[in-house]
Design a protein around this ligand. Structure first.
Ligand SMILES: C[S@@+](CC[C@H](N)C(=O)[O-])C[C@H]1O[C@@H](n2cnc3c(N)ncnc32)[C@H](O)[C@@H]1O
Length: 490
């Protein structure tokens, strides 16, 4: 299957594109309208959803459903539905190839995603090769993790694909640079920026940090390719992370701190091939980044077996399954086994540049990757500032995160954050839990420890209690309260 020509679509002028966007908005094609359609296929594996989605969409005789069928879900619509949906835009859309005649209907040879009011055109991944990835399953967790509170200056989306992350970041930043090694991805991101009327995204072609060699950013987001790939694999630019799969990610992380301003932050989605022959992802990462001037938090999630990995990626490349799927899956299994991979560990790597203290490196066990969120990351990075010295720890005001619950296990206490939070439960001592209770009213760590010891509630030393507080802050089960700003009257 050959990739459809993107140049005639790219040549559509701004007037047509803004009319198309306005039209899609006017017919009500929003993420909210799509939600119940996706809901109808909840529980069905994403690679098997097509017939369920088509069935559900065909029961809705409204232009937004026609648009979704033709542009998003690969289900051809008829002339009358087309005219009702696209009106006078139909001719240029067909002439450019964004809509194509297939049998008795018309459908796009591309795919479109709708996210947060943005429309993004991308390729169908089964084309492999230079196909450009749009909204993937990990794109949304990445976006959720890269929205720190407050406005930001300059951001980088490295390996932008069709530009979804860059376009979302553009709303929170003064400017975004989006880069990709694939010229087609560069063209699509530029197109999607134009389509959505976004003017503060600059798109550059090149590998890793080459196109931004002299730039430094407040924020870097990236989901580089991380799939283990044999030399003879039929892959795509969006997939191949090297033979073990982590080669590209490690090179990216190595160079990353030099491209962050002091205090700047990066969030990287990565997956790590793992097995008895290989060191744990945290050790590999630490070895690669021995002296970087940056805090590193590696959030690890439940591993996926090599069998599931091989079957799912092969099905994504060959959605009609059959012999091609089988050959692909066998090749991926064989390559994984040759490389000593039993399982793949999904992760989020959060890096924050620090120049004024010793950086910290931590491996944390995350809840599901879908729970990644910037609020928790903001809190965890703030905690790292609080524990920079004993004095700053003792002077900090700390509290339990909202919704945290505790369960008495007898000799210890299990502390759980709400299920939508990005961290799993931890076990703490009953003593520390009693100390937590003293953080109920705003008090510094120093005052809480003093009160706790004065009440004769602990046999521990103040230093030992402070150490336990520091560790709970670092693993996200306590939070630092930002200081209240007191403004003196006139
Ligand atoms: C997995 S896709 C991610 C797409 C999108 N950013 C997202 O998160 O949904 C990885 C992207 O990285 C690009 N890429 C691969 N190797 C690269 C390199 N050496 N330098 C820059 N980009 C690269 C691919 O072309 C692809 O668009």
């Amino acid at each position: 299957m050959t990739l459809p020509d993107f140049s005639p679509i790219d040549a559509l002028d701004d007037t047509i594109l803004s009319k198309l966007k306005a039209r899609l908005v006017a017919v009500g094609l929003t993420a909210g309208a799509i939600e119940p359609i996706l809901g109808a296929a909840r529980g069905v594996h994403p690679l098997l959803r097509r017939p369920v989605l088509h069935h559900h969409l065909r029961s809705i005789a409204e232009p937004y459903a026609y648009a979704a069928r033709a542009l998003m879900f690969g289900d051809p619509i008829e002339q009358a539905e087309l005219r009702q949906t696209f009106g006078e835009l139909l001719a240029p859309l067909v002439a450019s190839g964004l809509l194509r005649e297939v049998g008795a209907g018309f459908v796009s040879p591309f795919t479109m995603s709708v996210v947060d009011g943005l429309f993004c055109i991308a390729d169908l991944l089964e084309h492999a090769g230079e196909a450009v990835m749009g909204l993937g399953p990990l794109t949304i967790p990445l976006c959720a993790a890269v929205k720190p509170a407050g406005a930001l200056g300059k951001a980088l989306d490295l390996g932008c694909g069709a530009g979804v992350v860059a376009l979302l970041l553009a709303r929170r930043t003064v400017s975004v640079v989006a880069t990709d090694i694939n010229p087609r991805a560069v063209a699509m991101t530029r197109f999607n920026a134009r389509f959505n009327g976004v003017s503060n995204v600059e798109v550059r072609l090149g590998s890793l940090f080459e196109p931004v060699a002299r730039d430094r950013f407040d924020l870097v987001a990236s989901q580089p390719p991380f799939i283990p790939q044999s030399d003879d694999a039929r892959s795509g630019d969006f997939m191949s992370g090297g033979k073990l799969g982590d080669e590209l990610v490690l090179s990216l992380l190595d160079a990353l701190p030099d491209h962050l301003v002091p205090g700047g932050r990066a969030v990287i989605v990565a997956e790590w091939g793992h097995g008895p022959r290989h060191a744990a992802p945290g050790e590999r990462l630490k070895k690669q980044l021995p002296n970087v001037p940056a805090d590193v938090m590696l959030f690890e999630y439940s591993p996926v077996s090599l069998a599931v990995h091989a079957a799912e990626y092969s099905a994504a490349l060959h959605p009609t399954l059959g012999e091609a799927y089988e050959l692909e899956a066998l090749r991926r299994l064989k390559h994984g086994l040759t490389m000593g991979i039993d399982e793949l560990v999904p992760s989020l790597v959060v890096v924050r540049r620090v120049d004024d203290r010793r950086p910290r490196f931590e491996v944390l066990r995350g809840n599901a990757i879908s729970t990644a969120n910037s609020r928790r990351l903001d809190a965890m990075l703030l905690a790292r500032e609080a524990v920079r010295s004993l004095d700053s720890l003792l002077d900090s005001i700390v509290c339990l995160p909202e919704g945290a619950t505790s369960f008495d296990l007898g000799s210890s206490v299990r502390l759980e954050l709400p299920p939508q939070e990005m961290l799993g439960p931890i076990e703490v001592t009953g003593d520390l839990m009693a100390l937590y209770a003293r953080f109920g009213q705003p008090a510094t760590v120093r005052a809480a420890i003093d009160r706790h010891l004065a009440a004769g509630a602990s046999g521990e030393s103040p230093q030992s209690l402070a150490k336990q507080v520091a560790s709970a802050l670092l693993n996200g089960h306590l939070e630092v309260q930002p200081r209240t700003l007191i403004i003196a009257p006139g």
